[in-house]
Design a protein. Structure first.
Lengths: 323, 305
């Protein structure tokens, strides 16, 4: 239909017209324009679109509906009601229990899984240790089996009747424990399962971090007669300071947001004794259809995390690992 | 006098030798103790890691009606062990339909997400993009907001677009999240590859773009495979989004099926349930084992700075 030569000529003419206009010339001569490669934006356009439409818009939408009365009653004609939802949330005792649960859950998980991963990585990094690869393959099991499945397996294993953990305890003459249905043990079970799920990940991450330290440094430390603890405190830890901070802080955040473990194991029960912010918000939305209240809980969670990240970054400078 | 002094000196040296010998002996013993303790710790952790998988595997072979019937004897293969549970789950339940749906969703979204992520990851690493650091920082901060919290706004967004209960409605958010995480991983990995390679390729006559993609993509293979696995896992086991989006039972994925079975909405033999878990887990498991070496090298945080 189009003559190729003609259309090319037309495009060139348009380009010339644009380039010769005084505004474009002025822009092109500025420092900022010369500093960057503006055309490369095309490569990252999908990322920008995703950020705009699938991240910022939904987050803003969540914040917006947290100020309305969006629930099943006013599904089609909800309106702005100010901070009523937040006042309601702050007045109920549930919020404090849930925040406490969230803190116990994320701090409790982090302080067992991150050090365990680090110690296992150090143990496996010893020179001349036999069976290193065998052990490493064994540790791959919890990570390689999808968490969704293994959590459900654990919920069967921890069941009061017929659960294998109780069966084994009975075999040794101990009484059965209601692992998932008593308020006393439910949180401990959650942390235990989460530990099982995540220690291999931390072992692998720390293994690759520890391996990145040049071997000469260890040899030098050995020459100077450093013992293993002194090597740890004066070679390994100072070099990996930022990585350790980064991994710990992100481990904490990831656990804070970890939805499946509480949701599948106890779904927050018994009562709300293992309910964390994110499962409570999900349940509020999709079990009780109280969307605006759910959004308010989400916003609470986001705010707490945001403050935490800013403060943590200020003290640990962990983001420098990234650049 | 002199001979006595010499003798003294010799004696001193001998004593020192003896000290060194004793010290060496002491260090050796400590080393052996350390080894033994290490092995004990590692063996305990190995048993701890493997046991649940062994448990589900063995219960999938034994005929167990319900969880209450399970006993310790089921932990070992018995005379009645067979593959009948597998037959049950494969042909008497809609397992194959769920598998098809899951693979369709997962493969499409992983592919889309990863291809775009490779392009943008390389661009982030090598081009002088305006506001690059701000964008990267935002990417990182946004990983703080969990997928699950976005389910509520997504639900209403996609309802307005009439994309609920369709696969496209799920593929869009899945690939978007695969994209963000993978971009990030690839960017940090490629940052550590020296620029000399592309420059050499450019000398040899490749265009800048050609040099980037033809040289760096093969070199970034570990991180690409790593992000492929990570990206695959998300949609494969997602319940939070799929469970709300998909309402008609012929569109269910394996994760939804599994959730309904575990909640008792769909009743099924306990043995068959275990067989389901094994069948769903095995593919990922094999992929992990095959690509094991990339799991360590794929992390670019490892780069010692």
């Amino acid at each position: 239909m189009f003559n190729d030569k003609n259309s090319e000529g037309a495009i060139n003419r348009i380009k010339d017209l644009i380039n010769s206009s005084p505004i474009v010339k002025k822009i092109k001569s500025t420092k900022i324009y010369k500093k960057y490669e503006w055309r490369s934006i095309i490569y990252i356009l999908p990322v920008i679109l995703v950020l705009a439409f699938l991240n910022f818009y939904p987050i803003l939408y969540t914040i917006y509906i947290s100020f309305t009365n969006f629930n099943t009653k006013f599904f089609y004609n909800f309106y702005f009601i100010g901070i009523t939802n937040y006042v309601y949330v702050l007045q109920t005792n549930a919020l404090y229990t849930i925040i406490e649960n969230t803190l116990v859950w994320s701090i409790g998980s982090t302080i067992v899984m991150v050090p365990a991963g680090f110690i296992l990585a150090l143990i496996m990094n010893q020179r001349g240790l036999r069976g290193k690869y065998l052990y490493r393959s064994m540790f791959l099991f919890p990570w390689a089996f999808p968490a969704f499945i293994t959590i459900l397996i654990w919920s069967n294993m921890l069941a009061f009747n017929g659960g294998v953990v109780n069966e084994i305890m009975n075999f040794f003459g101990l009484k059965s424990i209601a692992w998932l249905t008593s308020p006393k043990y439910a949180m401990i079970s959650l942390i235990l399962v989460n530990f099982w799920l995540s220690f291999p990940y931390y072992t692998f991450v720390y293994t690759s971090a520890v391996q990145s330290i040049p071997q000469e440094l260890y040899e030098a430390a050995e020459m100077d007669g450093y013992g293993s603890i002194r090597t740890l405190t004066s070679v390994t830890l100072p070099l990996l300071r930022r990585q350790v901070a980064f991994i710990t802080i992100f481990g904490f955040i990831f656990t804070w947001n970890n939805f499946y473990v509480p949701f599948l194991l106890t779904s927050g029960g018994p009562g709300i004794s293992t309910q964390i912010l994110i499962t409570y918000s999900y349940q509020e939305a999709f079990s009780f259809d109280n969307f605006s209240l759910a959004a308010a809980y989400s916003v609470f969670s986001m705010l707490i995390l945001l403050v935490f990240v800013v403060v943590a970054n200020h003290y640990s400078k962990m983001m420098q690992v990234v650049y | 006098m002199q001979s006595i002094e010499m003798n003294k000196n010799e004696l001193k040296m001998k004593n020192e030798d003896y000290d060194i010998f004793r010290k060496n002996n002491y260090y050796k013993r400590i080393k052996i103790v350390k080894r033994i303790v290490s092995h004990i710790v590692l063996i305990l952790f190995s048993i701890f890691s493997v046991f649940p998988i062994y448990y589900v595997f063995i219960t999938s072979l034994n005929p167990i009606g319900s969880l209450g019937d399970a006993t310790l004897r089921d932990l070992l293969p018995t005379a009645s062990s067979s593959l009948s549970n597998y037959y049950d789950i494969l042909f008497r339940h809609p397992f194959l339909l769920w598998l098809r749906n899951t693979l369709l969703l997962t493969a499409t979204s992983t592919l889309i997400g990863l291809v775009v992520a490779i392009i943008s990851g390389l661009a982030f690493s090598r081009f002088k993009i305006p506001a690059k650091h701000a964008l990267l920082y935002t990417l990182l901060i946004l990983t703080l907001f969990p997928f699950t919290m976005l389910v509520i706004p997504f639900y209403f967004m996609f309802a307005q677009l009439h994309l609920l209960n369709t696969f496209i409605g799920l593929i869009i958010p899945y690939s978007a999240f695969a994209l963000i995480y993978a971009t990030y991983l690839i960017k940090t990995y490629v940052d550590n590859i020296p620029k000399d390679y592309e420059e050499a390729a450019q000398m040899d006559g490749l265009s800048r773009r050609g040099a980037l993609f033809r040289i760096l993509v093969p070199m970034a293979k570990p991180v690409i495979i790593f992000s492929l696995i990570v990206a695959f896992m998300g949609p494969y086991t997602d319940y939070a989004l799929a469970g709300q989006f998909l309402t008609s039972s012929n569109k269910f994925t394996m994760a939804i099926g599994m959730y309904y079975i575990s909640q008792g909405t769909i009743t099924i033999n306990y043995g068959a349930y275990s067989a389901f878990a094994v069948l769903m887990g095995i593919p990922i498991f094999i992929v992990f084992f095959v690509f094991q070496k990339y799991l360590v090298s794929g992390f670019s945080l490892s780069t010692y700075k």
